[in-house]
Design a protein around this ligand. Structure first.
Ligand SMILES: [Zn+2]
Length: 207
C-alpha cells in the first residue's frame, strides 16, 4: 500500500521522466485553480496547489489526465480540442457560440473528465493509498461533473470551491461507469442542484 507521500513521489518521478515540469506549490489555489495538467508542446506542466484542502485528490485527478494523454492519445486529442469552447463562452459574454458547438464542447468535457474519474477509482482500487477516502472522492466527483450542467445552463462558473462541506453533504457516494448517466440532466436531483448553486451565488453568506 502506498502512502499519499510515496504515491506523490512516484507520480513526480514519472512526470519528470516524460519531460513535464512539476510545480507542487505551497498555496491554497493558483489563479483560482487547484491544479492542472498542461500538454502544450514545449510547455508540458503539472501543477497542484498543495495547500488546497483537496490537494491529494487534485493531484491524483491530474495524474489520471496524464495517463489519458500517455496511454490513449487519440481519445485525449479528440476531446481536448473542443474542451475550451465552453469556458471561453462563459468567460467572455460577448462571444457568440452556437448551441451545437456548446453541446460538442460540453460532451467533450464530460467525457474526458468522466473517463479521468474512472481511472482514478480504478487506480485506487488496484493500488490502495493509505487514508484515501474513496467515498469523499466520489462525492467530489458528483459535485464536479454535475457542476458543468450549471455552468452551461447559467453561463457562469462557481465563485467558491464546490467541494465545500455544505455541497459535499448533499452529494451521493455512488459513481456510474456509464457516461450517459452524467450527460442526462434529469439525473441531477433538486437537492444536489440547490446545494451546488450555493457556491455560484455571490451574495450567499459563508458560515
Ligand atoms: Zn480534469
Amino acid at each position: 500500500m502506498d502512502t499519499k507521500l510515496s504515491f506523490t513521489l512516484k507520480v513526480v518521478k514519472e512526470l519528470l521522466n516524460h519531460g513535464f515540469s512539476v510545480d507542487l506549490r505551497q498555496k491554497e489555489n493558483i489563479d483560482g485553480y487547484g491544479g492542472w495538467f498542461g500538454d502544450d508542446e514545449g510547455e508540458e506542466e503539472f501543477v497542484v496547489a498543495m495547500k488546497h484542502p483537496m490537494s491529494f485528490e487534485i493531484l491524483i485527478h491530474e495524474y489520471c489526465h496524464f495517463l489519458q494523454w500517455k496511454t490513449d492519445r487519440p481519445f485525449w486529442n479528440s476531446t481536448i480540442e473542443d474542451y475550451d469552447t465552453l469556458f471561453n463562452w462563459i468567460n467572455d459574454k460577448t462571444l457568440n457560440v452556437s448551441e451545437e458547438d456548446l453541446d460538442k464542447s460540453f460532451n467533450c468535457i464530460l467525457s474526458i473528465e468522466h473517463d479521468c474519474e474512472k481511472r482514478v477509482l480504478r487506480l485506487v482500487k488496484n493500488n490502495p493509498i493509505e487514508d484515501f477516502d474513496i467515498d469523499k472522492y466520489k462525492r467530489a466527483v458528483n459535485a464536479y461533473l454535475w457542476s458543468y450542467h450549471i455552468n452551461r445552463e447559467l453561463r457562469i462558473r462557481p465563485v467558491r470551491p464546490i467541494y465545500s462541506d455544505r455541497v459535499m453533504s448533499h452529494m451521493p457516494i455512488s459513481f456510474y461507469n456509464d457516461l450517459s448517466y452524467y450527460l442526462d440532466k434529469n439525473n441531477l436531483t433538486d437537492e444536489m442542484r440547490q446545494a451546488l448553486l450555493l457556491e455560484y451565488e455571490i451574495n450567499s453568506s459563508d458560515d
